[in-house]
Design a protein. Structure first.
Lengths: 79, 248
């Protein structure tokens, strides 16, 4: 299987903090820089995060703005 | 006496903020209700593969073989992480509306943590960051193991919300600034209030939050209360879901 190439940059947006920072794709793990879509590794170029209730939700998008992956943090343990 | 939009929002109170109408049926042990079919498992490597059929939708569900947690003499649980059972997954799927089921393609329970968790922990300064679930673009849902049991409502609520992203992007495209999103944004402006703080993050979250409430309350008196508060958005959702139903 060929090694996928990445355009190089990933924009991290924290909606709650209102911040945006650009990182090099090689600074992050492959599991963050790429999303698996139907057997192919698709480069992630924008990651948008915010907190919903007690869970952080992270959305990973490709260059075309397609939502590739949503990651939902586990909730705090309830009594 | 008619209420202003602000008064309506306050009247709906906690339901609008932080206490979304929960999908019924908290953690329940045992087999899912009738109408749900779970195939006998086939063994593939370290996984048991099932076919779960609910409301006319059949979804492959892959479960890893996991060691059960150990219990010490004082009752504390330690050792391996735990994940949902096939009955819990089937029960959660049975709680989903057809509109959500239609965008899912398969469910996989993972035996290991999300490989990105360590990075998210560092990035978001949350040392114990643990993924519960990821939802992929192609409708793949992955549920990760936890150190404590979670209820089936955690699966259902999360899926209804995340599926809202899937169908809305399918319907109107990836760019919320595009013209296809205009009817939704116009409806939101007309309604004047948002269903939750989280919904105010973006039009895409507004759709997911509003549609989750729409679907979770459908057929209940609560639904009509929400419809009164969000008439324009609910009218858009009426059309969208009627179209999805017609398309099969």
């Amino acid at each position: 299987m060929s090694v996928p190439t990445h355009p190089g940059k990933i924009v991290f947006v924290d909606q709650d903090a209102g911040t945006e920072q650009v990182k090099s794709a090689d600074q992050v793990p492959a599991s963050v820089a790429f999303a698996s879509v139907e057997g192919s590794q698709v480069p992630v170029t924008r990651i948008v995060s915010s907190v919903r209730g007690d869970q952080r939700v992270i959305h990973s998008y490709d260059e075309g703005g397609r939502l590739l992956l949503s990651t939902v943090q586990v909730r705090a343990q309830r009594d | 006496m008619s209420l202003s939009k602000r008064d309506q929002a306050q009247a709906l109170g906690s339901v609008l903020e932080g206490q979304r109408p929960e999908v019924q049926d908290p953690l329940v042990q045992g087999p899912p209700e009738s109408g749900v079919r779970i195939s006998k498992p086939t063994r593939e490597g370290g996984f048991d593969s099932y076919q779960v059929t609910v409301k006319g939708h059949t979804l492959p569900v892959r479960m890893p073989k996991m060691d059960p947690p150990s219990t010490s003499q004082n009752g504390s649980v330690y050792g391996e992480r735990t994940n949902h059972t096939i009955d819990e997954v089937a029960r959660a799927l049975s709680q989903l509306p057809p509109e959500t089921l239609s965008v899912l393609t398969r469910v996989e329970l993972s035996a290991t943590r999300n490989p990105s968790d360590d990075y998210w922990a560092q990035e978001y300064n949350t040392p114990d960051f643990t993924s519960y679930m990821t939802c992929g673009e192609e409708g793949l849902v992955t549920i990760y193991p936890q150190t404590y049991p979670l209820g089936t409502e955690d699966i259902a609520e999360t899926l209804i919300h995340e599926a809202g992203h899937a169908w809305s992007f399918q319907q109107w495209g990836n760019d919320p600034e595009a013209k296809a999103w205009s009817p939704w944004k116009a409806a939101a402006e007309k309604d004047g209030i948002s269903i939750s703080n989280y919904a105010t993050n973006s039009p895409t979250e507004d759709v997911s939050e509003t549609s989750a409430v729409y679907l979770a309350t459908r057929g209940t008196p609560e639904h009509e209360r929400f419809r009164q508060a969000f008439p324009a958005r609910f009218a858009v959702l009426d059309q969208v879901f009627a179209g999805m139903k017609a398309a099969g």
